[in-house]
Design a protein around this ligand. Structure first.
Ligand code: NZQ
Ligand code: ZN
Length: 381
């Protein structure tokens, strides 16, 4: 096991009716900016619950943080935050609203442009405290300090590190208004978060392996049930907690991590706007196929412990596990080939050339360069 430091300060407040707890969680002397997406919270009652809980507080609203939040939009919130002396941020929405709010939190006390912080998080010296009411289980942003920000002007999407939310409220009832596609993408995202931290070097941590497998097993078990019954409180609770636990550091202690599938996925989103979880469902089977020799033992373990693939020689079981993984994504209703979502050769070459130009290397062994990325993308063309 590798050395590690673990700290996760986010307080989780979980369950039906918990949005009302905002009243006591945010001190009355704070000047709050509440951040939102494009309006789903007005249709599902979340907005009214937040307003009711904060009716005695001093709060302004910022609307319009889009999926794959852009620095262009966030700069506007930063300017208002500076002008109004905001000293607490409450993100109400999915991962995009939360991520965008993390950048606002770091950029209000910063004198330069927000994009500089994305490129160089070491410039972050102060952060406005932030908290969240999560409406979409997927990213884990509610309990991690990561954020992914897009820059429309230059077609880039980059991950950076800011602050953990002080607290996050997770009420599974708010997921009932999610479109089926967003639920599918959220399950795929959660699955791949675990895989990025698990399908790497064998024999590093028995505990992390089993912890990861328990999340994967739970997802495989509940996914078809959620598809059949998306308004089932217990099932959505299970999913919501899986999503948080998949990317809050609890499965990453002392183990190497991959993240190649994510980095390639971010390129696809930056170029085509395809939803994050969907990009991962397409790319992961390609990463597994092209990197199978390096990931051999872990693919076998995934097959055995999650998909119950026990028969046949090793090569057959490895192939079967890759097929089962792809089938899992297809069972969610997601396409798993680039051509099925209208993406072709030109995009593959763009991503390859960009990685080669920037000397990008990805994966647990830092050996996935532009050329291997091309192979991965061709595998799923
Ligand atoms: O804008 P609104 O009106 O809120 O609508 C959203 C949006 O259109 C809608 N939605 C959210 N909750 C809803 C709802 N619709 C009905 N009912 C609800 N309860 O869903 C749409 C997508 O929302 P978005 O926030 O974009 O989705 P998600 O949570 O999947 O976030 C994706 C973003 O997170 C980044 C992704 O790259 C992407 O930019 N990620 C962040 C990570 C992190 N912070 O650690 C890690 C992830 O790997 C990921 O990269
Ligand atoms: Zn993700």
């Amino acid at each position: 096991m590798n050395n590690f430091t673990f700290q996760n300060p986010t307080k989780l407040i979980f369950g039906s009716g918990t949005i009302a707890k905002l009243t006591k969680e945010i001190p009355l002397d704070k000047k709050i900016m509440i951040t939102f997406g494009s309006g789903s919270v007005k249709q599902n009652g979340v907005y009214e619950q937040v307003k009711e809980a904060l009716k005695g507080h001093n709060a302004i609203e910022f609307w319009g943080i889009e999926p794959n939040p852009t620095v262009e939009t966030l700069r506007k919130a930063v300017a208002i935050g500076k002008e109004q002396g905001i000293d607490f941020l409450l993100a109400v929405g999915g991962g995009s609203v939360l991520d965008g709010t993390k950048l606002i939190s770091s950029a209000i006390p910063f004198n330069g442009d927000a994009w500089e912080l994305v490129l160089n998080p070491l410039l972050i010296k102060y952060m406005i405290p932030l908290a969240s009411v999560l409406t979409l289980p997927a990213t884990g942003s509610e309990m991690n300090r990561g954020a992914v920000i897009s820059n429309h002007a230059i077609h880039e999407k980059r991950a950076f590190y800011s602050s953990h939310p002080q607290f996050s409220i997770l009420d599974p009832l708010v997921t009932f208004s999610l479109p089926e596609y967003q639920v599918a993408c959220g399950i795929a995202d959660t699955f791949v978060h675990v895989v990025e931290q698990y399908l790497t070097t064998p024999g590093q941590s028995l505990l992390m392996d089993r912890w990861s497998e328990s999340i994967l097993q739970t997802l495989v078990e509940i996914a078809p049930k959620i598809k059949a019954d998306p308004h089932n409180y217990d099932l959505m609770s299970q999913f919501m907690l899986c999503a948080t636990m998949a990317l809050n550091g609890f499965t990453a202690m002392g183990v190497t991590q991959d993240w190649a599938t994510h980095m390639i996925g971010h390129e696809i989103t930056a170029l085509h706007g395809l939803t994050h979880g969907h990009t991962l469902a397409i790319i992961l089977p390609g990463t597994m196929s092209i990197m199978k020799n390096q990931k051999w033992d872990k693919i076998l373990q995934l097959g055995e412990r999650v998909f119950k693939i026990l028969n046949g020689d090793e090569a057959l079981r490895v192939e079967q596990t890759i097929i089962e993984t792809e089938q899992f994504f297809r069972s969610l209703g997601l396409e798993t080939k680039l051509h099925e979502v209208g993406i072709g050769e030109e995009t593959i070459l763009k991503i390859k050339n960009r990685f080669l130009k920037e000397e990008t290397v990805l994966g647990e062994a830092q050996n996935i360069d532009g050329n291997i990325t091309e192979q991965i993308l061709r595998q799923v063309l």
